[in-house]
Design a protein around this ligand. Structure first.
Ligand code: NAP
Length: 280
């Protein structure tokens, strides 16, 4: 796909009915992209499509209610999206979930669910879109997280899934670029979204203190940096200057970053709740 231009390109966005997925879809519609939004909740999908049309009248926005953990349903939805809009030029694998808590309080099922959506969901959508991206010499854009590059208190399940996604994406880059497919990895730090509103209801104080060593960004700032990054062929897109500085520090002086985390956690430390008080 041409650098810098989403005009008239068909972009599929998983998790396109909420948060970053919806905001990115809206921004790309503003650049003239045709869109297909995929997520489970059909009502929210319809509302998202209406919101994009209201912001950019005349936009072409298709929707498919699909659970990305269902391999066959993902393939059917992707093929239908390609058929409906003459191929697929870009897939943004953005659907994701978060489970935060002390390792002792997270269940094996929490770990499986997070991996199922954040890792296998991406695998399913990517497999389904691949023949179409190959035809279009298109773009695969995987939304991981800064939690795919460094660890954080309370994120054992989430970080593991995002690290797996980062590994998958870096291998796919080597395999798909020779076919003409551009691969990009997006690693945001925390920003305002429904996911974080939910997280804030129950997160551990240690997680809040650790994660907020990078100030929370606005959704607008994330979208603006991601759209700028997508318009280049840059592989790794880390939105916002503060997050880029943290990633740089993690690579150049990992001990310093770990100690800054240790200090923030120590100030907030409460530890796991007694077993009888833990809700899970
Ligand atoms: N918010 C942050 O601070 C932050 C930071 C770094 C990275 N991220 C990543 O950014 C991405 C978007 O997050 P967000 O904050 O915008 O969250 P969000 O508002 O909760 O959106 C998550 C989206 O994923 C969809 N989804 C979840 N499970 C799905 C499934 N099984 N099949 C299909 N769609 C599914 C949801 O729709 P349905 O429920 O209708 O299916 C929703 O559209 C995620 O990958 C997240 O890990 C977020």
């Amino acid at each position: 796909m041409n650098k810098l231009s989403f005009r008239n390109r068909h972009v599929v966005v998983t998790g396109g009915n909420s948060g970053l997925g919806l905001a990115l879809a809206k921004a790309l519609a503003g650049e003239g992209a045709r869109l297909t939004l995929m997520a489970r909740n059909a009502e929210k999908l319809a509302r998202a499509a209406a919101e994009i049309n209201a912001a950019h009248p005349g936009s072409v926005v298709g929707t498919h209610s699909v659970d990305v953990t269902d391999e066959r349903a993902s393939a059917e939805a992707m093929n239908a999206a390609a058929e409906g809009q003459g191929g697929i030029d870009a897939l943004i694998n953005n659907a994701g979930i978060l489970r935060e808590g002390h390792f002792q309080e997270l269940t094996s099922n929490d770990f499986r669910q997070v991996m199922e959506i954040n890792y296998f969901g991406v695998l399913n959508a990517t497999r389904a879109a691949l023949p179409h991206l190959r035809n279009s010499k298109g773009r695969l854009i995987n939304v991981a997280s800064i939690a795919g590059l460094v660890g954080a208190f309370g994120y054992t399940s989430y970080c593991a899934s995002k690290h797996a996604l980062v590994g998958l994406t870096s291998c796919l880059r080597f395999e798909l670029e020779p076919m003409g497919i551009t691969v990009q990895l997006v690693c945001p730090a925390e920003f305002d979204s429904p996911m974080v509103v939910d997280l804030d209801k129950s997160r551990t104080p240690e997680n809040r203190a650790h994660v907020r060593t990078i100030p929370k960004a606005t959704l607008g700032a994330i979208v603006s940096d991601v759209v700028k990054g997508l318009a280049t062929d840059r592989y790794e897109i880390v939105p916002t200057g503060m997050a880029r500085a943290a990633v740089k520090m993690a690579r150049l002086a990992p001990g310093l970053l770990r100690r800054a985390g240790d200090r923030a956690i120590a100030k907030a430390y409460e530890g796991p709740r007694p077993v009888e008080m833990a809700s899970r």
